[in-house]
Design a protein around this ligand. Structure first.
Ligand code: ADP
Ligand code: MG
Length: 890
């Protein structure tokens, strides 16, 4: 089908759709069922079986399996089968852990899946791009990624970057006009937009003509990007650490086996014990548990409205020392209401809050009749004309479709009886130059009922003042003299000082056939009409969040396109700007070199009237000062800064696809407080990972040392292989996972941010692991010797007691791991998962010791009650010995 040659109406006919109303929801559902989801086929996922078998890849597990087979051949059936069962259970545990980790990552991807605006039943709704079907009428604007192949039926200054398809990185200008060329190449199809390409400017509407694998993108199969799973820095460090630990564990094992053999132990027995010990001592579960802890933490973040797009960000979050945040909508409500208006030297105030339409205009405290005030009428009318938004009602709820700033202008106009419909029937829009935060203006070219044409511009008052040559004053155009400029500037300052966001409106009549090619030509020599000032209340929760960040050693910086004084006033209200803090404006920022900025940046708390391009410079300057920077953004132009930041943050609601794709964190509610919550969670996740690393490694140290010491003292084996494997599976596995679910300590947000280069064992963790592990080994050996010395033929009983002591020592020590200081600094039983995991482990221990059928398998005999006193007493020693602060090095 030559879509590009058809007229819009023919395209609609061919795809069986209605340009004004779109498809019905029913029809869309039918088509979705018939033609399938709009998605590109992904590379095959790893099958469950492969994942399960992958668990046996581990070298030591293979050695263990071979050793078991040998012992089976030698007639030790019970041992062989028991070991194999445990190895398989271990594989299952690893399998489920990895599966779970994978699933949660998958779910994450779904959450940040792209969306599209589509016309269904005559209403614009947001759906997942996946659900687009042929015939859907879709619209998009700057920053969106096109969801399917689309024939354009309307384009306003639309430019699309199609490098994914054409390799050409310069954006192509698009229009809706049919083309004549039959054999046009993709790059020349100027009235089409393709799946996966990027809107860099303007806006457009189109009809979907192909979805899924039928799109141009779908046909280039080799372009399918495979989802790369990036490891976090910590995971990478742990992988390296794992390799070292394997070598250390193997060396120690060889040492244990060697000494054992020299001391006269049976070679075969020592070999099996050695291999079991190696399997137990190598923390093979660590990477999976780390992934789970990260993934679970990420899920907790989702509950707090923060979506992590890149796993490494979870760790980086905990290191953040500067947050650069947008003001409008992130620190403020983005619920704007016009309250002050100035035009032609007169001041009016407007009553009514939010989207209430009942409001009055006052001058000097007295209500006025708006119909008699021509300059006010003109200002309000043009505010509604140069406006892309709409006020809509759904049931009883009124809402703004579009930009809240524009919504406020509409509401103000409605309060004077000027509805958008009325205004639109009077002015026909011929051309539009959309708002962008670089220019800080928006312009339309309109024709009124009498055939007169105007340029109407609205935008930041200081910017508009610069491009205005005249001012409207007492019903007349007057030259914009220095005195007038001063007057207008005073008005801007007065409004901004009251924390008002200001929008000015200006216009210029056009001759009948005068053509305007660019915004540059339009936005000059204007006639300044007046200013509307609107309040945008701070979000109530932000003040507290800023305060908490401060306590956590994190600096909050406001970055906004808004006026310096407006920004300053709101920054003061929110506690962002301390008395000694400085404010910098965009012009100064543009002038400074990066070196100069670096010198002063630590004193600056507010950047105002900045353009998105400046954000990159701000990020870099802070980074040069050694900071870990979080930077928020929503537009296309914010993407470079978001990417360059250590933690790029995009807005979930107002953010464009480009910003979201560049970001590592997405705020579903666009709320500053959510960043603070995510940082808190990030810190907590890292602490939890430290907790179970500490637990697992201390346990392993204990296990190896008890065997090593016994061999050195020429004692029999204190633990048999199957017991060692049991400890590795049950005692190490469950509680470690529960530690990963631990709640934050109260003081996580009272410390300085962690240094990003800090090692895993920093802040005394290494010492804790070695010292606690050492004592666990000693007490286990002590229990063994005490009982063993009682008499002949006592070995199995002594081994059972050693086994119980080792398990109990670990299960008590695990509570100690919850807190980096002393066990008494925190309610040890605060984590119910942990209490549950420990109780279950104790129960399983008792089963293994007292349930006769298992006694044969685990080489156990029942322990008498009195010996439990010995066991628990010794097992508690490692924890309570260090409970005081004496050994707890900070
Ligand atoms: P921020 O989002 O940080 O408040 P913006 O870049 O959105 O900054 O806005 C900068 C300035 O541009 C505002 O102070 C306002 O004067 C003006 N402005 C904002 N939105 C619009 C719009 N839709 N049309 C015209 N001017 C606007
Ligand atoms: Mg904005």
């Amino acid at each position: 089908m030559q879509w590009h040659m058809l007229t819009s109406n023919d395209v609609a006919k061919e795809t069986n759709t209605n340009i004004a109303k779109g498809l019905t929801t029913d029809e869309a559902k039918k088509r979705l069922k018939r033609f399938g989801y709009n998605e590109l086929k992904e590379a095959k996922k790893q099958s469950a079986l492969r994942l399960f078998l992958g668990q046996f890849k581990d070298f030591m597990v293979l050695v263990l399996l071979i050793a078991t087979v040998i012992s089976g051949l030698l007639g030790e059936y019970v041992d062989a089968i028991a070991i194999i069962v445990i190895v398989i259970m271990n594989a299952f545990l690893g399998f489920f852990q990895e599966r779970r980790a994978e699933k949660s990552l998958e779910a994450l991807k779904q959450l940040s899946a792209p969306q599209a605006m589509v016309l269904r039943d005559g209403e614009w709704v947001k759906v997942r791009s996946q659900e687009l079907v042929v015939g859907d009428v879709v619209k998009f604007s700057s920053g969106d990624r096109i969801g399917a192949d689309v024939r354009l039926i309307d384009a306003k200054g639309l430019e699309i970057e199609e490098s994914a398809l054409t390799g050409e990185s310069v954006p192509t200008a698009k229009s809706a006009v049919p083309l004549a060329n039959e054999h046009a190449a993709i790059g020349d199809l100027h009235n089409m937009a393709f799946m996966g390409t990027l809107v860099t400017r303007g806006s457009g509407v189109g009809i979907v003509i192909a979805t899924g694998m039928k799109t141009a993108m779908g046909q280039i199969a080799n372009l399918l990007q495979e989802a790369d799973t990036v490891m976090t820095p910590l995971q990478r460090k742990l992988e390296q650490l794992g390799k070292i630990l394997i070598v250390v564990a193997l060396l120690l094992t060889v040492l244990v086996v060697g000494i054992g053999v020299i001391q006269g132990h049976d070679i075969y027995e020592m070999f099996l014990a050695g291999v079991s010990l190696a399997v137990a001592a190598i923390p093979e579960g660590l990477p999976a548990i780390v992934t789970i802890a990260l993934a679970l933490g990420v899920q907790r973040m989702i509950k707090k409205n923060a979506i992590v797009r890149k796993l490494p960000a979870v760790e980086t979050l905990g290191c953040a020392s500067v947050i650069c945040s947008d003001k409008t909508g992130t620190m403020t409500e983005n619920m704007m209401t016009v309250t002050h208006i100035w035009a032609s030297g007169r001041n009016w105030t407007v009553s009514g809050t939010g989207l209430e339409l009942a409001g009055q205009f006052y001058e000097n405290g007295r209500t006025i009749d708006t119909k008699k005030e021509t300059s006010l009428q003109q200002l309000l009318t043009f505010g509604a004309v140069c406006n892309n938004s709409q006020i809509k009602e759904k049931g009883k709820r009124r809402y703004i479709e579009g930009d809240p700033t524009e919504g406020a202008l509409l509401v103000a106009a409605m309060k004077a009886g000027l509805t958008k419909e009325r205004v639109e029937s009077e002015f026909i829009i011929e051309q539009e130059f959309p708002f962008d935060s670089e220019r800080k203006m928006m312009t339309v070219i309109v024709k009124d009922g009498a055939g007169r044409r105007f340029i109407v511009t609205k935008g930041a008052p200081d910017v508009l003042l610069q491009v205005s040559g005249h001012i409207w004053w007492n019903g007349r155009e007057q030259m914009m003299t220095m005195a007038w400029r001063k007057t207008v500037q005073d008005v801007i300052h007065t409004m901004a000082n009251q924390a008002l966001r200001t929008i000015a409106i200006a216009y210029r009549p056009l001759r009948a056939h005068e053509r305007i090619a660019s915004e540059k030509e339009a936005e000059k020599e204007l006639i300044f009409l007046g200013i509307q000032g609107m309040i945008d209340p701070p979000r109530p929760e932000v003040k507290k969040a800023v305060q908490q960040c401060k306590e956590a050693g994190i600096k909050t910086v406001m970055v906004t396109g808004d006026h310096v004084l407006t920004a300053k006033a709101i920054a003061r209200q929110l506690g962002v700007l301390p008395n000694s803090g400085k404010v910098m404006d965009g012009q100064t920022l543009a002038r400074l070199s990066i070196d100069e900025l670096e010198q002063v940046v630590d004193d600056i708390y507010v950047f105002a009237r900045v353009s998105p391009e400046h954000k990159l410079k701000i990020v870099k300057a802070f980074q040069r000062r050694g900071h870990i920077v979080a930077m928020t953004g929503d537009g296309v132009n914010d993407a470079p800064a978001i990417k360059a930041a250590d933690i790029g943050v995009a807005m979930g609601q107002s953010g464009t696809d480009v910003a979201k794709e560049a970001a590592s964190l997405i705020l579903l509610d666009d709320n500053f407080a959510t960043i603070q919550a995510a940082i808190q969670e990030g810190r907590n996740i890292y602490e939890n990972i430290r907790k179970f690393i500490r637990y697992l490694l201390a346990s392993n140290v204990g296990e190896i040392l008890v065997m090593l010491f016994a061999m050195l003292l020429a004692l029999p084996l204190p633990l048999v292989p199957i017991q060692i494997l049991w400890v590795n599976l049950v005692t190490d596995g469950l509680p470690a996972m529960a530690l990963g679910l631990d709640q934050a300590e109260e003081n996580v947000m009272k410390r300085k941010p962690r240094h990003p280069k800090e090692g895993v064992f920093a802040r005394g963790l290494g010492w804790k692991i070695v010292s606690r592990g050492f004592i666990i080994g000693i007490v286990t050996l002590a229990a063994f010797m005490t009982v063993y010395e009682r008499g002949e033929n006592n070995l199995v009983y002594a081994q059972t007691v050693a086994f119980a002591t080792l398990v109990m020592a670990q299960l008590i020590h695990v509570f100690d791991c919850r807190c980096e200081r002393s066990i008494f600094d925190r309610n040890p039983f605060g984590n119910l998962y942990l209490v549950g995991a420990v109780l279950l482990s104790v129960l399983l221990l008792l089963v293994v010791i007292y349930y006769p059928p298992l006694q044969g398998i685990f080489h156990t005999v029942p322990i008498i009650l009195l010996d439990w006193v010995l066991i628990v007493g010794l097992a508690a020693l490692p924890t309570f010995l260090f409970a005081g602060s004496f050994f707890t090095r900070k």
